[in-house]
Design a protein around this ligand. Structure first.
Ligand code: EPU
Length: 334
């Protein structure tokens, strides 16, 4: 397994903040590397961090051991007249897999275009966008157990997928290294569009195809989210989910507050709450809130991880004071 010492973690994350170093750094390029990391490296250290594309993590300090998952592979493992199951290596770029699926005429992930990061990170936070989420298509997740090194396959119904949540953030957070994800896609050109903003953007097209959806999502995301040369990790907070009674009393006080029914409760828009508190476009040194989307914190240059954490705390305090709502980070802070 490739190994380096004292690696700056900033350039390996999409936030590209300063101030975090891994004393030992490993590159996982094969299942054998993953097994070696799980059995020989992890058990002897007190803490470790596994990066994929580094798009949902904010390292803020020195850490003993980190690794980057780079295991490749895209393979059809089952094919029927109407659907295919594909097995994707954890190190594959998610967006490249979406592009590939769309080019093959396989529907199911086209609305998740341009989500940064890797396949291996996708089940951890159950990525989603524009009405689709990984758990809708996931069949199973493969990984190596720590410390035994055994290969284990978890069927999707054992992954405890929730909104930006899964078993990999909890029970299996420090005992499982995801090596592959299998998803089932449907052979169909015609798209189903569930998300209102996407439906509006596709308004001129009578029967949108999955390519139309893919291209439209790419356009929408490029318009709202920072370009790749600006450090960020996409949505910094989750959208809060509150009981219906809480949402009703908030709607009385704030009639323009966006609210979306969600599994018998109400999902609020964190971006709206943050914007109402006056943070959209603010800048504290090199850290800021993106001026086109208040849910996105950005590193305008030389921000430290701790600077981002400080602004995030300021935002949480303001939202709590004004709305009585506790924002929870989507990004994993180390
Ligand atoms: N809004 C504002 N001000 C803002 C931003 C948003 O008022 O600055 C309000 C608007 O009312 C808008 C609503 O928030 O209608 C929802 O905004 P948007 O459609 O942009 O979606 P979001 O809830 O902010 C979520 C995901 C995104 C995903 C989009 C589209 C979370 C935490 N984020 O954002 O995912 O792309 O929906 O499906 O669920 C990510 O997770 O990193 C991510 C980018």
């Amino acid at each position: 397994m490739r190994f380096q010492q004292n690696v700056d973690l900033g350039p390996l994350t999409t936030f590209r903040t300063r101030g975090a170093v891994a004393q030992q750094f490993y590159w996982i390029e094969s299942e054998r590397d993953a097994r070696e990391f799980a059995t020989a490296v992890v058990p002897s250290v007190s803490e470790w961090l596994l990066l994929g594309g580094g798009s949902n993590v904010l390292p803020t300090r020195t850490i003993e051991v980190a690794a980057c998952m780079q295991l490749p592979g895209r393979r059809v493992v089952e094919e029927g007249p109407d659907a295919v199951t594909v097995r994707l290596g954890a190190g594959e770029r998610w967006h490249a897999c979406v592009q590939w699926a769309v080019s093959q005429g396989w529907a199911g992930i086209e609305a998740m275009a341009l989500i940064p990061g890797t396949v291996g990170a996708a089940p951890i936070q159950n990525i989603g966008a524009y009405g689709q989420q990984l758990s809708d298509v996931c069949q199973w997740v493969e990984g190596i157990e720590i410390p035994s090194g055994e290969l284990r396959t978890l069927p999707a119904d054992e992954c405890r997928f929730g909104y930006r949540d899964s078993i990999f953030k909890h029970e299996l957070a420090s005992t499982f290294i995801i090596t592959a994800v299998a998803i089932r896609l449907v052979k169909r050109q015609e798209a189903t569009v569930a998300y209102p903003e996407l439906a509006r953007a596709l308004d001129g097209i009578a029967r949108p195809t999955i390519s139309d959806v893919f291209e439209c999502v790419v356009r929408l995301r490029k318009r709202k989210l920072p370009p790749p040369d600006v450090g960020s990790a996409g949505s910094f907070f989750k959208n809060p989910i509150v009981p219906v009674q809480v949402a009703t009393s908030l709607a009385e006080r704030y009639p323009s507050m966006p609210q979306f029914p969600f599994n018998g409760a109400i999902k609020l828009s964190a971006g709206w709450l943050i914007e109402q508190c006056g943070f959209k476009g603010v800048r504290r040194g090199d850290v800021g809130v993106y001026d086109r989307h208040a849910l996105v914190l950005v590193n305008w240059g030389a921000a430290q991880g701790t600077d981002v954490v400080r602004l995030a705390a300021e935002i949480k305090d303001a939202v709590r004071a004004r709305f009585g709502i506790e924002l929870e980070e989507e990004v994993i802070i180390v």
